[in-house]
Design a protein around this ligand. Structure first.
Ligand SMILES: [Zn+2]
Length: 497
């Protein structure tokens, strides 16, 4: 059968300072650029991406792939109206020109907010449905940080979501979504569905599946329902993306079953047991200066680096990647040989390239894009400059080509603090950029990453211990600091501790 395949991913932090324009989707950074037609298949092959897994599963079953369009952008503030309309317009046009299809596979994030559309995916699915009609089976792979809406559930026939945070199972989720599509194609009919929203927001750090309660919920309880309930075809828990100010922000459970009674029973039971664990979702963290002092103490005599997550400026959650709170703490505490990265600062990266390796220059690092922050003015030696691509490491990023434009490794002359700067935004979700700049990561005392959770997929085994630091940035760990206007009544902004 002929299966249309498309992807349009964005995780929108409505509190972040920088929006996603068309170019943010068009160009490659930590993921492939916008691709259409056969280029889609070539660009995604072999990668940990939902569409890759979906295509593999559909091809293995003998179906013909009709590749339409795939793109993603680094999380940020709203998708511009121009980008949303151009990309969804392209998808709809390719869909109408694709000829008769038997099914549609879509990779979406589930937390996209455009300048003019709060429910980015719900509206896209509504428009897709208007083109393909009510009869075409449509299956959707979502991120577990999806803020699922009633419109998304209504217009999709099947939905499956990641079960790991860090997202080591993106391709695997695509395979499950493809399996859901194929059950319908093979005469299984449309499954009944049930959708339940929970009434508290989950801090992203509290949803890591390395720890309680997400570990048990995703890796044991979800599987329990799937094996115990006859007729249950799919079950997902979206822990939600809390940094989106719109009505449907927050966690939800969605189930698919051969009968409505099972779908409802499982969704109710699973949602209730997650709600009972509410207080367990509160994460542990330290204010930046206290965190670096603790990291220095723990690094003493350690055989591996202490890894620190600069979580509130995580570019994977919409952070600009250039806030200076933790860098200032490293300098103030004279954390010699510690490294922080990658700070998104094209001006500093360019200046380092112009000065050349070995040069000693006064830089103004970071602090240029987040309100209230200012650059760190400091004399550094340029240790290394590069502008080529490299390959990611670890269970999540392994095999993905990364190119962040001009990058550089600097070292403050007085304190010996090392700073990695990059020209394009991307979460520091693995250690590859540090190796690429010539650092021996295992020998460093402290490694600070601009990431919240994903870095754990590569760093957990490399780290003596991991600490979470709180410094200025829009990926607030305490949602009470954010000025929500649209959250539906009755939703608690933080888990009740
Ligand atoms: Zn996610």
């Amino acid at each position: 059968m002929r299966i249309g395949v498309a992807g349009f991913e964005h995780e929108t932090n409505t509190f972040a300072p920088v929006k996603a324009d068309y170019n943010a989707f068009a160009e490659a950074k930590a993921y492939p650029p916008l691709v259409t037609g056969q280029d889609l298949i070539t660009a995604l092959r072999g990668k940990n991406i939902p569409t890759t897994g979906g295509i593999e599963a559909l091809e293995a079953a003998g179906h013909e792939i009709v590749p339409l369009l795939w793109c993603t952008a680094t999380p940020s503030a709203h998708v511009t109206k121009d980008a949303y309309e151009r990309i969804s317009g392209q998808i709809l046009e390719l869909l109408s020109d694709a000829g008769p299809l038997d099914g549609l596979f879509l990779e979406l994030h589930g937390a996209m907010v455009a300048e003019h559309v709060d429910d980015g995916e719900g509206e896209l699915l509504r428009r897709v449905r208007a083109v393909v009609g009510v009869d075409l089976p449509v299956s959707v792979a979502l991120d577990l940080h999806a803020n699922v809406t009633e419109a998304m559930v209504r217009h999709a026939d099947y939905i499956d979501m990641y079960r790991y945070y860090p997202h080591i199972d993106m391709a695997e989720t695509g395979r499950r979504a493809a399996a859901g599509l194929m059950r319908m194609l093979e005469g299984g009919g449309r499954p009944a569905k049930a959708f339940r929203q929970l009434d508290f927001l989950i801090p992203i750090n509290g949803g890591c599946t390395d720890f309680t309660p997400a570990k048990e919920i995703y890796l044991s309880r979800l599987e329990h329902y799937l094996s115990e309930y006859e007729g249950l075809e799919g079950l997902s828990f979206a822990s939600g993306f809390p940094h989106a100010d719109f009505a449907d922000v927050g966690p939800s459970v969605i189930s698919f079953a051969r009968d409505q009674t099972t779908a409802d029973a499982v969704a109710d039971a699973f949602a209730a047991e997650i709600a009972a664990r509410e207080a367990q979702f509160l994460p542990e963290f330290y204010e930046a200066d206290a965190c670096i002092k603790r990291a220095l103490a723990l690094a003493e005599g350690a055989s591996k680096p202490v890894v620190v997550a600069d979580t509130q400026d995580n570019p994977g959650g919409g952070g600009p990647g250039d806030t200076t709170g933790v860098l200032r703490a490293l300098i103030a505490n004279e954390a010699k040989a510690a490294v922080i990265g990658a700070i998104v600062d094209p001006e500093t990266a360019t200046a380092a390239h112009q000065a050349g390796e070995g040069a000693v220059v006064d830089f103004r690092i970071g602090g240029k894009r987040y309100p209230g922050d200012t650059p760190v003015e400091v004399r550094c030696r340029v240790k290394r400059v590069r502008d080529d691509s490299w390959i990611g490491l670890g269970a999540m990023k392994g095999g993905l080509a990364v190119n962040l434009g001009k990058i550089a490794l600097l070292e403050t002359v007085v304190e010996g603090v090392q700073v990695v700067v990059a020209s394009k935004p991307a979460q520091t979700a693995d250690s590859s950029i540090f190796y690429h700049l010539g650092l021996d990561v295992g020998a460093l005392p402290i490694v600070v990453v601009k990431s919240s959770v994903h870095f754990r997929a590569d760093f957990t085994d490399r780290a003596e211990t991991i600490l979470v630091a709180v410094a200025p940035g829009p990926v607030a760990i305490d949602h009470h600091q954010l000025n929500y206007q649209k959250v539906r009544a009755g939703v608690r902004l933080m888990p009740r501790g």
